[in-house]
Write a protein that binds this ligand. Structure first.
Ligand code: ATP
Ligand code: MG
Length: 563
């Protein structure tokens, strides 16, 4: 499947927007927003929400705001705000001058709260958090009213103002909406609107010691910004009646909320809480560890943003939750990289190969194609000399059946250069391990083809020992051993499914000199091996690469079989 051919025209959200436009609802305005809470890094699931929010606005001539839902100062940090901005930009979306913060609306929200108190629709409760939980009831049992539920309006106003003024310690009182303690929807059982929290906020500093709860704040933020289509994930469906209640009780502008399914993938977890655990436990190095499905992680790993957007297109906008095959994501990454990555030669596990009949101090240069998929990509020179490195895997002293690569007595091609024949090996006296392979070359096969057109069964990659650069290569595997990491034995958690071998570091790789000075973030295909991206750990002395994906495309294979 080619993601770029997929259409985005037919999902249910776009249908609603189209109908609204036809009716001239909101005077033909389309206003969306992406509302991350800055309490962690974005992940590849968020890419779906970003693609929907920004994509739909763009498609219908509307606008999308970036709004930080920064209502909980305890968990929010500037570091996260900066990372989120970087990640959305990387995906290619732009909010122009519409970068907003929920915290900018704190005063307005406070005034709205006073309005509800005055209307007898909110009250200050002195129950403890635990009592509130007990009184709330369960899915099968109705809740019971707090003894403070019928406080007079004047008392509520007085207490709430004193809450704001900082007269009370954390947790002593809360402001609650007065809705229905017997509602079958637990969200409507007098939800807490404000709590007391003497904490500094990244944006408002110490201006506030009461903070709005998410459910109270979220709908108001959308209303204040004039959001027409408030697009969010399915778990907020049950909260919609509450947002509606607040907006109706206040009589303010009412956005339309539409829910869609979260995007999930096999063999990984996508929750900020899980990322935090893995970092704290030292399982990964940080939020941008290339094994994490964070946008920062996959960027460092070398995923092009176009690949993520293609996945979004292929998956479309769903109304039921499902888990996408991680192999499908990797397939999209390969498709994108195949089009745009220069090909180079790099040897992961080097084995010395000596061409005994090649002059000691001779050096030749061969022309190598940069990218056969891209006719404009040109060629480069690859130096060749008497001593090469090849992959250990490309030689067998005793070749098993169907092994067609180099073995004693066998002739093969070394790409772009010559046909060579293996004449023998040198071994370590003690271990018996092959340390060098000896060959002869046929000077008549310059460029890799024989004048008599004789065939060889394999072509391998190589680098010239004297000209190659040393590099470190980090190979990654799935972070989890199970397709569903949350499938755990009783009492265990997702960490019990961690793949302890998800990182393998190769420190003595040899790569062609063309890569000297390659910039962090640049991507290459190492021929026959996979796609690699230069890691920011690279220094003037040491090149470091991340393997983005191997060349083997399991997903494409499965698709073919199914056809
Ligand atoms: P997490 O559960 O990973 O902590 P979150 O939902 O708390 O994520 P928010 O910052 O609230 O993170 O998310 C911002 C927006 O992204 C929300 O509108 C949310 O619905 C959406 N979103 C979060 N996760 C996904 C996902 N896996 N697929 C699609 N959209 C998502
Ligand atoms: Mg959330």
């Amino acid at each position: 499947m080619d993601g770029t051919n997929s259409t985005t025209s037919g999902d249910f959200i776009r249908d609603i927007v189209r109908q609204d436009l036809a009716k001239n609802k909101n005077n033909g305005r389309v206003q969306t927003r992406f509302p991350p809470e800055p309490n962690g890094y974005l992940h590849i699931g968020h890419a779906r929400a970003i693609w929907i929010d920004f994509g739909i606005a763009a498609e219908f001539g509307g606008k999308c705001n970036l709004r930080f839902d920064d209502t909980n100062p305890v968990k929010e940090e500037q570091e996260y705000i900066d990372a989120i901005i970087r990640d959305i930009r990387w995906l290619g979306f732009d909010w122009e001058d519409r970068l907003y913060y929920a915290s900018s609306y704190f005063e307005q929200m406070y005034q709205f709260a006073l309005q509800l108190i005055e209307a007898g629709k909110a009250y200050v409760d002195d129950l403890t958090a635990e009592q509130i939980r007990e009184y709330r009831g369960t899915l099968t049992q109705p809740g019971k009213p707090s003894p403070y539920r019928d406080r007079p309006v004047a008392e509520n106003l007085d207490l709430f103002k004193r809450m704001r003024a900082g007269e009370f310690p954390d947790g002593l009182r809360v402001l609650r909406a007065k809705i229905d303690m017997a509602s079958p929807n637990i969200n409507l059982r007098d939800p807490v609107m404000y709590r007391i929290l003497h904490a500094s906020h990244p944006h408002t500093g110490d201006a506030w010691c009461i903070y709005p709860m998410y459910d109270w704040a979220h709908g108001l933020e959308d209303s204040i910004e004039g959001v027409t289509h408030s697009l969010c994930t399915l778990e907020f469906e049950d909260h919609r009646p509450l947002y509606d209640w607040f907006l109706d009780a206040l009589g303010v502008y009412h956005p339309q909320q539409i829910e869609f399914a979260r995007l999930n993938f096999t063999y990984t977890v996508m929750s900020k809480r899980f990322f935090r655990r893995m970092i704290e436990e030292g399982i990964v190095r940080g939020y941008d560890d290339p094994r994490l499905p964070t946008l920062s992680g996959v960027r460092r790993r070398g995923y092009p943003p176009e690949a993520l957007l293609n996945v979004c297109k292929i998956m479309g906008v769903a109304k039921t939750n499902s888990t996408a095959d991680f192999a499908m994501l990797e397939h999209c990454v390969r498709e994108e990289l195949n089009k745009h990555s220069p090909r180079v030669m790099g040897v992961m596990r080097p084995l010395r190969l000596i061409i005994d009949n090649y002059p000691e101090d001779q050096v030749e240069e061969f022309d190598a194609q940069n990218n056969p998929e891209d006719p404009t990509s040109g060629t480069r020179k690859v130096p060749f000399s008497r001593v090469l490195y090849i992959e250990q895997d490309d030689f067998r002293e005793v070749p098993p059946p169907k092994y067609f690569r180099l073995a004693p007595g066998r002739e093969i091609r070394i790409k772009y250069a010559y046909l060579i024949t293996c004449t023998g090996v040198t071994k370590d006296q003690q271990t018996g391990e092959v340390t060098e392979v000896h060959c002869t070359y046929d000077p008549a096969t310059r460029g890799g083809d024989a004048p008599d057109h004789r065939k060889v069964k394999s072509t391998i990659h190589w680098v010239s020992a004297a000209h190659s650069l040393q590099a470190e290569v980090r190979l990654y595997d799935n972070l989890f051993t199970k397709e569903n990491p949350n499938d755990v034995a009783e009492g265990a958690d997702f960490l019990s499914n961690i793949n302890r071998n998800s990182l393998e570091v190769l420190t003595s790789c040899r790569i062609e000199p063309f890569l000297a000075g390659a910039a962090p973030g640049s991507r290459y295909q190492f021929e026959r091996i996979g796609y690699f991206c230069v890691d920011p750990d690279t220094t003037a002395k040491k090149l470091v690469f991340n393997r983005t994906v191997s060349l083997r495309d399991d997903w494409a294979k499965i698709q073919k079989q199914q056809e």
